[in-house]
Write a protein that binds this ligand. Sequence first.
Ligand code: FE2
Ligand code: FE2
Length: 174
Amino acid sequence: MTSSRWCDFDELIRTVSSQFRLGSYSDHGPHHWKRVEQNGLWLATQTGADLMVVRLFAWFHDAKRENECNDPDHGRRGGEYATSLRGKLFDLDDAAFESLVSACVGHTDEQFSSDPVIGTCWDADRLDLGRVGMIPSPDYMSTAFGKEVAKAGSFYPFLDRIGISDNAYERSGD
Ligand SMILES: [Fe+2]
Ligand SMILES: [Fe+2]
């Protein structure tokens, strides 16, 4: 059992991005991961999810995708990749690490999670479906706040609640 928790995010982002097979402009690549991270941090202000797990999920969940269309095993490979870098570029206590791996593995074929950490990760990913021309549906969200955001179509109506200014919100886009 380890209780250490740390992450060199700059190095982790460089490492994970540079090994990605589909290129930096992939619909499932680093630009998407950055938005998932941002969505997750905003969701976590209301869901109370573990911020380290949410951020690490964002950078690992699609890191091992091998094509843009149908790659049902990429969640499992993402979880294995996270495992291979544990202790090298980041660490988490065992329970949080298990959540991270479960969130990566399950995001490809499970629909909902009542676990607030895993639910926040999956909602953060699904709220970025606009990039591939799909409107995120409240029916596919796990968390109550994820449903509200999907229903509204963006985080914009909730800026006071998540504690950011209009300007910061505008600057958060790519
Ligand atoms: Fe994925
Ligand atoms: Fe994704």
